[in-house]
Design a protein around this ligand. Structure first.
Ligand code: R5P
Length: 318
């Protein structure tokens, strides 16, 4: 067995400490003793209260809201760990933000996914471990290894148990053309049909449904997306499905960003339940009774152990 450090150490920024603790308890270690805070002027500091010299270190931080602060915390932690002679540093980013600007959609657009990849690499990360990147080609924006875990087995398991044999009479629906390949994997695993919503984005944070491709009349539908942000794509798609004669609407997405009007929209929508992974800290159930969170700690703890032990990760990325 080749290891890249004497021992495994896991540290966490402030984005999702509960998930970090759950992962550590599954691995059977204590969460590393560190503190990430802000000076009076708002600048971020990181203090590590135990040695990391020669250790295989994993830093857990989702770059969810407040995204800029969480990203900066991650970069500063990586910098400190490299300077403290950690043998290897893996940035564990359950939700990788800034990923949606992954190409120049119009003239003079930035490509923030590449910029963030450069920043993480430059800070000193040796590897990245993440889940359901908005576009899997973002892996290629890094020149270091990136393991992109697939959340779909968690959902497939959940829906197989929830609907049993009825799954076969359901319809998986992609809320836009960009999510078709993700939705197809679901439909293949659940043995369902696939329909597609043709979505248009006239401007940022707004979406319009042009068409529903496929006959969904009388079907129970599951909308499958990588993330729900303002909830516009999801709720517009759900309304369009109801108009076309769908029976019941369920939805799932890996990352519950849930910004701005998302919860209000969801509460007022025909979506019965939105299943999310807890890559981003869960919203209190009193604010929306339609949310169901599924845990990712078992998958991340296994991935961290496999990384440490140099064991193949392919079974976790399909
Ligand atoms: C789009 O490409 C993504 O996969 C999501 O559908 C989208 O970003 C969700 O955003 P919102 O909830 O604001 O419509």
């Amino acid at each position: 067995m080749i290891t890249h450090g004497r021992d495994i150490k896991v540290f966490a920024g402030n984005s999702n400490p509960r998930l970090a603790r759950e992962i550590c308890s599954l691995i059977g270690i204590k969460l590393g003793d560190a503190e990430v805070g802000t000076f009076s002027d708002g600048e971020i500091y990181a203090s590590f209260y135990e040695t990391v010299r020669g250790s295989d270190v994993f830093v857990l931080q989702s770059t969810c809201q407040p995204g800029n602060k969480n990203l900066m915390e991650l970069l500063i932690m990586i910098d400190a760990l490299k300077r403290a002679s950690a043998s290897r540093v893996t940035a564990v980013i359950p939700y990788f933000g800034y990923a949606r600007q992954d190409r120049k959609a119009k003239a003079r657009d930035p490509i923030t996914a590449k910029l963030v990849a450069n920043m993480i690499t430059k800070a000193g990360a040796d590897r990245v471990l993440t889940m359901d990147l908005h576009a899997s080609q973002i892996q290629g924006f890094f020149d270091i290894p990136v393991d992109n875990l697939a959340g779909n087995p968690i959902f497939v398991d959940y829906y197989s148990k929830k609907f049993g044999e009825d799954c076969e009479n359901m319809m998986i629906v992609s809320p836009d053309v960009g999510s078709v390949s993700r939705a197809r994997i679901f439909s293949q695993k659940l043995h369902t049909n696939l329909a597609i919503v043709d979505k248009r984005r006239p401007r940022a944070n707004e979406s319009e449904v042009m068409n529903v491709i496929g006959n969904i009349k009388g079907y129970d539908c599951i909308l499958v997306d990588d993330l729900i942000d303002t909830g516009g794509s999801l709720c517009n798609a759900a309304n369009a499905l109801v108009k076309e004669g769908a029976r019941r609407i369920f939805a799932c997405a890996s990352h519950g960003v849930l910004s701005g009007p998302a919860l209000e929209k969801l509460n007022n929508s025909p979506v019965e339940e939105l299943a999310l992974l807890d890559t981003i800290p869960p919203v209190d159930s009193s604010r929306c009774g339609k949310l169901k969170y599924l845990p990712v700690a078992p998958m991340f703890s296994e991935a961290i152990e496999r990384t440490y032990q140099e064991i193949s990760m392919s079974k976790l990325s399909m």
